[in-house]
Design a protein around this ligand. Sequence first.
Ligand code: XIL
Length: 330
Amino acid sequence: SHALRAHAEARGLLVGCAVVPEKLSSEPAYANVVASQCNLLVPENAMKWKALRPAPDKFDFRGGDAILAFAQAHRQRVRGHNLCWHEALPDWFAATVNKSNAREILERHIQTVAGHYSGKLHSWDVVNEAIDPASTRPDSLRSSPWLDFIGPGYIEIAFRAARKADPSALLTYNDYSIEFDSPEQVKKRDAVLRLVKHLRSRNVPIDAIGVQSHLDAAAGLPGNGLRDFVRELHRMGLQVFVTELDINDKKLPADIAARDASVARIYRDYLTMMLAEPNVTALLTWGITDRYTWLDAPKYGRADALPERPLPFDPNYRPAPAFFAERDAI
Ligand code: XIL
């Protein structure tokens, strides 16, 4: 077979992408490519607080449930993303959550959401993006409502609550800009490692690290630091997931064939490096078709406003060079 999932299944790997539930039901071409290529799905936004929590006392599981139903119909696993993050918080959050109730609200959210999906998910991103290399704290934790209201113990609280609510999901810490060997990214990666060791020393349940892998086509490949990091995690018994791979081509000239070739080269070399490590067990791209990518937002996109080409399928669902590179690397 020529599909990513067939290649992945032949070697026991999970492969897939971030999905939008509305498109699974309304756009057959989108549903077809997701069904045929993926054996692992993650909601791009549907399981974030903003989507799940329309009001302080309300939970809306429709988007997440639709993704789970699609996945079950197509023999696919699902990752949850995410239980605790400083972004995508609902509008009511700021006026409602404070120092005296934050812990209870976080624990109740995790108990309810991870409880709703208990036994059905491959994994959860329990805490997303907690570290900021610009932080002046010794643990490099990012300022966020969770840190500010609960203190650094919020991470441990979240992981313990997740294990309690769903004992079978692999519990993940997920972060970005930890792939390269620049001083800033080395600092961030080291802080992630220290966090994992700290959690382990306190018997906090954690099973995997998510390396988001939002890469830049002009930056080339990471050095050896990432591979060493993956190996150190392996020695600690942790899995590693490539959770949000896409390759921003905003710094490259407009020519499509040249951009596609650069993006595909990074797919090939990055994934060949990562998938050679036995504890790298899952690979997700952040979308599947260039028709829908968060990188086209003005904030992230190209100065010439041309559509980005960061994903394995082009805007018309034709496999791009990145698709063949990804498949070959699997
Ligand atoms: C992004 C989504 O792709 C966008 O649609 C949304 O507007 C903002 O969030 N790191 C993460 C993801 O962990 O949740 C982010 O997803 C991309 C960066």
